[in-house]
Design a binder for this molecule. Structure first.
Ligand SMILES: CC(C)(COP(=O)(O)OP(=O)(O)OC[C@H]1O[C@@H](n2cnc3c(N)ncnc32)[C@H](O)[C@@H]1OP(=O)(O)O)[C@@H](O)C(=O)NCCC(=O)NCCS
Length: 198
């Protein structure tokens, strides 16, 4: 149950900053709302994320950041590259047994591997910080780049579901994926072998 996730741990974890080779992932604040609105206000992003409205205004960003501050059920990180915001990644705790990974990047930042790098950081954070056995995620069936990210991170396809997308104003089929703690641990411990001529 969600109530069983110890609140102090969740709060502590929310304050975490995650660092990767090229990215810093940190909690968004009201100082970021201009940048968030500028990045998120693109139909190509909204149509692939369930709850992002389109157009996306600065007021939407303010509401979003305030909800996070009020202890909403999402753990969200602003993704920065060279101290510049480029997108968002997070975990939605809405369902009690199913924490869900989600992410989006400003269109100018697509195609450079940032999505995979940010997703991997949050997946590690999730399995290292929380005592849960699986993470779920979904990608619209017309969204091969997101599907590709999930597969590169070890997610396994679990079926097709229909979900409502706010910006579409309708429902759309989504490939559902799950990553178990066992698969994640196995991938993390899979060191390269070396070759030696006998
Ligand atoms: C999905 C998204 C985050 C991808 O970010 P990104 O930084 O461009 O992703 P990456 O570069 O890490 O990886 C994307 C992979 O998909 C591949 N890809 C991109 N377009 C593709 C296509 N049309 N068909 C197949 N593969 C494709 C890329 O080649 C890359 O794989 P590779 O590293 O093996 O070459 C970004 O496109 C986005 O924000 N989209 C809108 C929001 C969204 O879809 N969010 C996900 C909701 S589930």
């Amino acid at each position: 149950m969600l109530q069983d996730i110890p609140t102090p741990t969740l709060r502590e974890a929310r304050a975490c900053v995650l660092e990767t080779e090229r990215l810093t992932l940190r909690k968004p604040t009201l100082a970021d709302v201009k940048a968030i609105a500028r990045l998120a206000n693109d139909r190509r992003i909204a149509e692939n994320t369930r709850r992002l409205p389109h157009p996306y205004t600065q007021d939407d960003a303010i509401d979003f950041v305030r909800t996070l501050g009020a202890g909403g059920r999402e753990t969200v990180f602003l993704i920065e590259n060279n101290h510049t915001p480029i997108g968002m990644v997070g975990i939605d705790w809405r369902e009690e047994t199913a924490a869900e990974l989600g992410y989006w990047l400003g269109v100018d930042h697509w195609g450079q591997g940032f999505g995979t790098e940010a997703a991997r950081a949050v997946i590690d954070y999730f399995f290292e910080e929380f005592d849960l056995d699986q993470l779920i995620a979904g990608a619209r069936v017309v969204n091969p780049s997101s599907r590709n990210i999930l597969e590169k991170c070890g997610f396994q396809w679990s079926g097709v579901e229909l979900h409502r997308f706010e910006a579409l104003g309708s429902s759309s089929p989504v490939d559902a994926f799950r990553l178990s703690r066992g698969v994640w641990a196995s991938l993390k411990s899979w060191n390269n072998s070396t070759r030696r001529r006998s």
